[in-house]
Design a protein around this ligand. Structure first.
Ligand SMILES: *Cc1c(COP(=O)(O)O)cnc(C)c1O
Length: 422
């Protein structure tokens, strides 16, 4: 990827040659007060709105207005099985089989429901291993599970940490932890792509290591779903969870995804929390039958889901399904590689990219440490029409999203950064 070139011409030419460039027009791009498009680099926090989303939601509003309760069966997209419209395309996004995937609840809720089934501590094996810079919600969820089972939430957490002076995690160090105390660890729960550094872990390798030591393994793929090729089925992970409002463009606080590996699909002995939506669809409305769980990930649902939110997910997934996650990931590598190339021109004395250099160890996000910077740098970027994300003490996260960010966006971003730093 060393054939990147400087200059605006090059960026514009790349956009012209980009088969996915047209998708940008299918999104609402936020504008400033003068009506100029902002440089939106925070699809890792909240993805932009597809222009089709409104129609998808309006369809359900209309069916509700016209049909009332009959919409459950008579709506154009009958609500009773609405989540099924999302399963295949969501399974393709995360590299799973349909029986392994369901859209339900929200992310942290799903993480808890998965731990109900896959965190089964004993007196001697009860610890949970997570990465030391895990997303706070995941950390809190893990700690509360320990307390819920009567364990100490400090002593029970095993942290996978970077070495002194480093930011990234090494699989070698995970191996060492497992060799030393693998038989005390009940569950390994890692963010598949770390939200802070953008490091994309080798999910398969981590799963193999965990299973070798008798641990269950789950991933929070909030920063992976729609961003990288997760290949969840092949990873062998026991479970995974993710949200859909980041790289899956489904709107603020929208529903989340959940993966349960096929080998658990028919295991009725797994403990779980259930509701009527986990019950056999054929007899659900008899209301009196003995509980009869649906095989696969659907058997973890509790409630009839919010259709309006699911309609927004359908709008986005229909578009992503049309492109395919492979093509998205391919453009992503090129776009982020270009971003890295331009940033490096600013010089090692000015900025340091903490995200891994290898394209297979990251998604589109680059986490950039700026020497002697504080939040005022981020504020200046905002004044200059760049929406980026600041994490204390000194990191800017920028995510050029292949579906709607252009090479020209990336060029302009780095130009503005350069201007501010001078
Ligand atoms: C975004 C994100 C969350 C947010 O959780 P919600 O339950 O959706 O509020 C949790 N964990 C990770 C790793 C995230 O990236």
């Amino acid at each position: 990827m060393s054939d990147y070139k400087l200059g605006l011409d090059y960026a514009q030419q790349q956009d012209q040659n980009d088969a996915l460039a047209g998708y940008r027009n299918q999104f609402h791009i936020p504008k400033n007060e003068q009506g100029n498009e902002l440089i939106y680099m925070t699809g890792n926090s909240l993805g932009l709105q597809p222009k089709t989303t409104k129609n998808y939601i309006n369809q359900e509003l209309e069916d509700w207005a016209n049909l009332g309760v009959e919409g459950h069966t008579e709506a154009k997209n009958p609500w009773l099985g609405y989540h099924e419209f999302l399963t295949k395309s969501m399974a393709n996004v995360v590299g799973a089989k349909s029986i392994e995937v369901v859209v339900m609840n929200t992310l942290t809720a799903n993480l808890h429901f998965m731990m109900v089934s896959f965190y089964k501590p004993t007196k001697t094996r009860y610890k949970i291993l997570i990465e030391s810079n895990a997303f706070p919600s995941d950390k809190y969820a893990v700690e509360s599970q320990l307390r819920h089972h009567g364990f100490d939430d400090k002593e029970g957490v095993v942290l996978w940490k970077p070495r002194k002076g480093e930011e990234l995690l090494r699989t070698k160090d995970l191996e060492t932890i497992l060799k030393d105390q693998g038989d005390e660890i009940a569950l390994i729960m890692i963010g598949g792509v770390n939200y802070y550094t953008g490091q994309f872990f080798d999910l398969k390798k981590i799963t193999e290591l965990g299973h070798k030591h008798g641990c269950k393994v789950g991933f929070d793929c909030a920063h992976g779903a729609g961003n990288v090729e997760l290949n969840l089925h092949d990873s062998g992970a026991d479970f995974a969870v993710w949200c859909t409002y980041k790289y899956l463009n489904s709107g603020p606080g929208s529903l989340a995804g959940c993966f349960v590996h096929e080998r658990h699909a028919h295991d009725n002995s797994l403990n779980r929390f259930t509701g009527w939506w986990s019950h056999n669809k054929q007899t659900r409305f008899n209301m009196r039958d003995e509980f009869d769980v649906i095989p696969g990930a659907e058997g973890w649902q509790l409630s009839n889901p919010p259709i309006l939110s699911m309609a927004a997910i359908k709008a986005s997934l229909d578009m992503i399904e049309e492109v395919g996650i492979k093509k998205l990931a391919k453009k992503s590598k090129k776009l982020t590689g270009y971003f890295e190339f331009l940033l490096k021109q600013l010089g090692e004395d000015t900025i340091r990219i903490i995200t891994p250099e290898k394209p297979n160890e990251r998604g589109c996000q680059l986490s950039i440490q700026v020497k002697n910077a504080d939040k005022s740098l981020h504020n200046k970027l905002t004044e200059n029409g760049v929406i980026s994300d600041w994490r204390e003490p000194d990191v800017i996260r920028c995510a050029p999203v292949p579906l709607y960010n252009s090479f020209e966006d990336v060029y302009n971003l780095v130009e503005r950064l350069k201007r501010i730093l001078n």
